[in-house]
Design a protein around this ligand. Sequence first.
Ligand code: NAD
Ligand code: IPM
Ligand code: MN
Length: 367
Amino acid sequence: MANPSLLILPGDGIGPEVMAEVRRVIDWFGANKNLTFDVSEDLVGGVAYDKHGTPLTDETMARAQKVDAVLLGAVGGPAYDNLDFSVKPERGLLRLRKEMDLFSNLRPAQCFDALADFSSLKKEIVAGLDIMIVRELTSGVYFGEPRGIHKEGNERVGINTQRYTESEIARVARSAFELARKRSNKVCSMEKANVMESGILWRDVVQEIHDAEYPDVELSHMYADNGAMQLVRAPKQFDVIVTDNLFGDVLSDCAAMLTGSLGMLPSASLGLPMANGRPKAMYEPVHGSAPDITGQGKANPIACILSFAMALRYSFDEGAYADLLEGAVEKVLADGARTADLMGPDGGTPISTTEMGDAILAALDAA
Ligand code: NAD
Ligand code: IPM
Ligand code: MN
């Protein structure tokens, strides 16, 4: 059988720096576990704009549609902030998500024991935390029409539209319930049904799917603003959280800090099954291109490496290897390896992006 295929899109800023460490991990699996991927690489974001005048060419889009999984680093940066909206780096990422129909974005937030002291919250609030945010990724206010900036009389008006169909809500709800069954069997759905009609529909449809298909799963509903507060107050009350595109974006950055750093949080964006049974999929860290630390060897590669672990689990049915890789990350953290973002209030000497990669490879060797 042919090797599974991976398209790597390192992107901008620290994207290539953290992806370089993932390449080493991929090579390690080839050399040590006979798990070899056909890896190709291409441009997305600002670097694609620089070369082609667009953040994602049609050719790259077509390649992404054909491979078994896409790994993406990060896009964006100050050099591109004043570009026309239609060619901003972020549009490349949004096009990939939309055209691959990656509606279910899994953003786990797990607090490794070794980092419980590094969270901005008290240790007992975050120690042992393991939650999964399921963010709807292809609809809502990110894509709804009408949108734009136009003139009304003497002033400009900016418009975006929050729009959800029943089927869009139903499919991401199913994805959350399925995941919950493999975890603690508990889902909390977040919206603002108190002020938004799309929130009322969201709540109704999630409840209907629950009652008809997943009555065994414990379901609760919460307004998203309260959800943000509860995430900081008592995050361990949650297991799976399902929410829309924009609330999911904000709540997942919030959850990231519970784990100690944004540089720790991976994600999987999943769509419908392809002909070979694997879901359409893209894996990327939750963080962005971190222009403030680009080129300094300071970036934490763990979010990107753990995103590859999610690829092993969700695209390639290699859960044992995903466990192995996650275990190696846990081990190096327990041994005290820290990139600059993981320096606690007491300081210490940080290691570089590459040294963190070295440590994880050494832990894989030793496992
Ligand atoms: P950011 O995530 O890039 O950075 C926020 C803060 O977290 C910065 O201080 C940064 O140094 C730090 N940080 C992020 N990742 C880190 C890592 N791996 N290791 C150590 N520290 C890390 O968010 P931002 O500054 O709001 O956005 C910068 C650019 O990235 C913008 O153009 C934005 O649109 C883009 N962005 C892209 C993605 C993506 O590609 N998926 C996600 C978020 C933001
Ligand atoms: C994320 C990012 C993206 C989003 C941007 C870069 C388009 O913030 O993946 O969390 O808003 O979805
Ligand atoms: Mn975000």
